[in-house]
Design a protein around this ligand. Structure first.
Ligand code: AMP
Length: 517
């Protein structure tokens, strides 16, 4: 195990990064000196220069055979000086996603008073009006398909209709159907029999029938839902940089812009860095590398120049980190691109730029993950200005099955107000396509507008729930929700087929992006 650290030690650590990094490497090399893997290159030496000269920089596939040997029962010292007791998969199974909702028929009736002024209410009314009910812990998990507004509606005709509407529109999530006494359920089924056509049409059009006049039933925007349900919440904590940046507008909408704290940058191989300015804007997050966790080296992205130590990186430059950890991985390429943004004491800080291999290309242009996120933020502004829709998920791929090839974006859209229908305006979506194209680099715009080698960008709007299905697909391949990151570019043909099956409408850019901006 690496030296343990606490936040109070961070000052010391970051002041002495160079010395600590050298010690870390020495410790690892001493520990691992006699492993089969390192013996091949170092013959027992723990000298830093010798290490740098002789130990190759590798990808996971290069070390996989060694890891598999240990997994199959050979001793740990094939790769690690310490005892290996478990392996961390990049993704772990997590079955929490299986939880569903109850379609619960609960009602409220107006109370009356006795001649002496005491309240008279049905027991079920007392329950749903009680403090206990409105503050029940399970409310946080939205355990019912209906919101409390539907339960509390004093007109039972309207509420049974709305219960059915909510239950039907979220029917994929329903794992139980419930009511206090059986009659209420039989009654609900009668109502379903009489009204199913109207209910279906409400769902299809996204409009609730006019005779539902109870405003609380009609009006259920989800804007700021997090702060409404958990009024004491002061912040959201989750990694929001890199691929996750696409969710900033969605989380802002649901939380009324609570600060988002992106705490750390790490991977299964090692923790890399901590965010020392937790309340800064997501766009400004940098991570300070923690020098005593692993030994870090940095490969310049343009490959001009040598691999350097943590303390030797240059401000503003782009690097791919290479990690040597305490668990038998030596000089492993992490596959991320980082930019040096500053220093915390003497320790460099980095901005996460993108995954190395996530690029989209039809011709010779390269559109990176970072470019995609920037373009998407711009297109979202167009959507925001002209519609009541929000983008809840996107991914894309380069379609080169026809000439010229073109970029295809899959967009999942949602109405900000639950009662609003997702209306797709052809002109607005064409403008969104244009906004995406306009923000790509000069080479893209030239290939597209001047050379005709890239075709008009296309947005394919997919059904709601598509990105959940995509996640489920990736999880079924051995992923976990906790570590799931929606891929910004899709390469897998199975995943593409899944998306294609959910396409509702297609829109193309109607004009070419300008060459000069
Ligand atoms: P995993 O080992 O599956 O947890 O994935 C590790 C990868 O997640 C890293 O190599 C990064 O690509 C990504 N990642 C982890 N932390 C961050 C972060 N703070 N910002 C952006 N990407 C991150």
């Amino acid at each position: 195990m690496g030296t343990s650290y606490e936040l109070k030690d961070l000052e010391d650590l970051t002041l002495n990064a160079k010395q600590i990094q050298d010690e870390v490497l020495k410790e690892i090399l001493t520990l691992d000196a006699n492993t089969e893997y390192l013996q091949r290159f170092l013959h027992g030496s723990s000298d830093k220069d010798f290490f740098k000269k002789n130990v190759p920089i590798v990808s996971y596939d290069d070390v996989k055979p060694y890891i598999e040997r240990v997994a199959n029962g050979e001793p740990s010292d094939v790769i690690s000086g310490g005892t290996i007791t478990r392996f961390l998969r990049r993704h772990l199974k997590d079955n929490d996603a299986e939880k569903g909702k109850k379609m619960m028929f609960l009602y409220n009736r107006p109370e009356s008073t006795t001649p002496s002024g005491l309240l008279v209410a049905l027991a079920s009314t007392s329950l749903v009006k009680s403090h206990y009910f409105s503050n029940r812990p399970s409310k946080c998990n939205s355990e019912y398909t209906s919101p409390d507004q539907v339960i509390l509606c004093p007109d039972n005709n309207q509420s049974v209709y709305c219960h059915l509407l909510c239950g039907l529109s979220r029917r994929d999530e329903v794992v139980g159907v419930a009511c206090p006494f059986a009659y209420a359920l039989v009654h609900a089924i009668d109502v379903l029999q009489s009204y199913w056509e109207e209910l279906s049409s409400n769902i299809r059009t996204g409009h609730v029938s006019k005779w539902i006049t109870d405003l609380n039933c009609r009006n259920s925007s989800w804007e700021g839902i997090l702060t409404r349900l958990w009024p004491k919440a002061k912040y959201i904590e989750c990694i929001i940089t890199g691929q996750m940046a696409q969710y900033i507008p969605t989380l802002d909408f649901y939380s009324n812009k609570l600060p988002i704290v992106s705490p750390l940058y790490g991977s299964s191989e090692s923790l890399f860095g901590l965010n020392m300015d937790p309340l800064c804007k997501p766009q400004d997050v940098s991570y300070t590398f923690v020098p005593n966790i692993s030994y870090f080296e940095f490969l310049p992205v343009d490959h001009k120049g040598d691999i350097v130590d943590l303390v030797d990186v240059k401000l503003g430059c782009y690097y791919e980190p290479v990690v040597t950890n305490y668990f038998g991985l030596h000089r492993l390429l992490v596959g991320d691109i980082l930019q040096v943004t500053g220093y915390y004491n003497s320790t460099p800080q980095f901005r996460f730029v993108r995954r190395k291999n996530m690029v989209l290309s039809v011709e010779i242009e390269t559109t990176t993950e970072e470019d995609l996120l920037k373009a998407s933020a711009r297109a979202t502004l167009v959507l925001d200005q002209s519609t009541n829709l929000m983008l809840t998920g996107f991914t894309c791929y380069a379609d080169i099955s026809t000439f010229p090839g073109h970029y295809v974006f899959y967009w999942e859209l949602k109405a900000k107000d639950v009662n609003d229908v997702v209306e797709l305006d052809e002109n607005v979506l064409a403008e969104c396509c244009f906004a995406l194209e306009e923000s790509f680099d000069a080479l893209y715009r030239k290939l597209r507008s001047q050379d005709g080698l890239i075709g008009a960008l296309e947005i394919r709007v997919v059904q709601q729930g598509t990105f959940d299905s995509l996640m489920e697909y990736f999880i079924s391949q051995g992923g976990s929700i906790a570590q799931y990151k929606t891929p910004l570019c899709i390469k897998s043909s199975e995943a593409l087929a899944l998306l294609e099956n959910k396409v509702l409408a297609r829109f193309h850019s109607k004009k070419s992006p300008p060459l000069d901006l």
